[in-house]
Each structure stands twice: as C-alpha cells, then as structure tokens.
Design a protein around this ligand. Structure first.
Ligand SMILES: [Zn+2]
Length: 254
C-alpha cells in the first residue's frame, strides 16, 4: 500500500514497455530522449530481466539497463519478473502491468508492434494493450486509483508496418546510439568463454548498421535525416488540416 503511495508521486508523461532490456532502445530511444529534452517525464519498464539472453547475465543486463536509463534521461526505469522467453497473456501478468500504469499514470504508453519475430514481443504487445484498457475500469481493484492512458502507441521491432506517424529524431540520433551501446554484453563483449557466449544477431557488426539504415530510411519518408516510425490503431484527429500541413510545409523550405 505504502509502496503505491510513494510511487504515485512519479507521474510520467510517456511510459515505454519492452519485453527485454534493449528492446525500447533499439526501436525508439530517439523519441524517448527527444521527449525528455522537450521537458516530459519518461520511463521504461521491461517485463523480464532478460535472463535468457544468449550473451550476458541478468545481473549484467540490469546494470546496462540502468546505464542506458541515465543516457535516455528517464525519470523512472524498472524490470518486472516475468520469465524471459515465456511471457504469457494471463490475468496475473495483466495485473502486474495495470499496477505499473496506475502508479505512473502515463499520458501515452509505448508497446512493441503485435507482429514480431520473438514471441515475448508479441505477448508484451497484447499484455500492454489489454492492461492499458483494463486499468481504467473502476471496479478492477488493485488498491490504486483507476487510470487509462490516452493512447497505446506501437514501435517497430523486426517486422515493418506502414507507420501512422514518424518522429524526427535527427538531433537525438547520436544519443540513441549511445543508449544502445550501453548494452556492452550484447555488442562488445570479447570474452566469450567466461559467459559461454555465442555470436548473435545483435553482436554482429552489421546489426548496428541496420538500425542506422532503418532510422535513415524513415527519416527520408518525412524529409529529415533520422526518424522513428510508430503505429496507432485508432485514427488520428486533426483539428485544422490547413494549419497542420502548412506548418509542416514551412519547416521544409530551406
Ligand atoms: Zn526483445
């Protein structure tokens, strides 16, 4: 009870959920960093401790996560204890996320796109969407105030989607790469025997190139250097299309 009371003081504007430490960084830390620079309070919660990662231990991942949180300028970061590789959409897990949403009361919530290569990402997507809705129900009792975020926004993992919008992260791309490189065990660790590490998709040098190329690709779509794509299920309401597109047009005039 007192835990909830203490933590409600850290209300967030934007809260990003990932299955594993580094999911959010790879997909959308540029946007998270930008939101922080705009003065918003941001946070990241991972559902697992990433203990199944081929490289690095849970302890190392937690240290790297904390380091990355600092680089991203997060007001809050947390790891939940769902089993890595075995996240399931259950009542118990939904309640865990509902509790977090009610603690931080974020205006917007980020979740992985519901189509992904890793089953944990897909399950995280469904869990967050359902929890964000259920969290607003008065009769769902957790000893906290009911709260529903304005919108669930999906970020891209392995598979592409046609974005609902793209955020210009050009000024924050260097910082994004720094947050990704916090995960030394994933990218740089040389001593393979100590941790029994094998080469993975992430540890190959071309992996980071792929991230950079993707950010450039989405930047191109909106006429900037780097961009991050997002998807929302609902239509986006625009009050004044002339003003909205005019502002965008003026921005592009050199
Ligand atoms: Zn992941």
């Amino acid at each position: 009870m007192s835990r909830h009371k203490l933590e409600t003081e850290v209300k967030l504007d934007a809260l990003a959920f990932g299955a594993h430490a580094d999911d959010v960084e790879l997909a959308c830390s540029g946007t998270i960093i930008k939101l922080g620079a705009l003065g918003y309070k941001t946070g990241v919660i991972t559902l697992t401790r990433a203990e199944m990662a081929t490289r690095g231990s849970a302890k190392i991942r937690a240290q790297e996560f904390a380091q990355s949180a600092e680089i991203m300028g997060l007001a809050s970061h947390k790891m939940l204890d769902m089993p890595d590789g075995w996240i399931e959409v259950t009542r118990e897990n939904k309640l865990k996320i509902i509790e977090e949403i009610r603690i931080y009361q974020p205006r917007i919530v980020f979740a992985p796109y519901w189509v992904s290569r890793h089953p944990d990402h897909e399950k995280t997507s469904h869990l967050v969407r359902e929890a964000a809705y259920l969290s607003g129900l008065k009769k769902l009792k957790t000893g906290q105030e009911p709260y529903r975020p304005y919108r669930v926004i999906y970020y891209q993992t392995r598979f592409e989607f046609k974005p609902s919008f793209i955020v210009d992260i050009s000024d924050f791309h260097a910082q994004k790469m720094k947050s990704i490189l916090s995960y030394k065990s994933q990218f740089h660790h040389k001593d393979k025997t100590e941790l029994g590490e094998d080469e993975t998709l992430l540890s190959r040098p071309e992996f980071l190139d792929r991230i950079i190329t993707r950010d450039k690709q989405y930047g191109t779509y909106i006429g900037v250097k780097y961009g991050e794509p997002f998807l929302v299920q609902e239509a986006i309401k625009i009050h004044d299309p002339v003003d909205f597109f005019d502002a965008e047009y003026l921005e592009r005039i050199p």
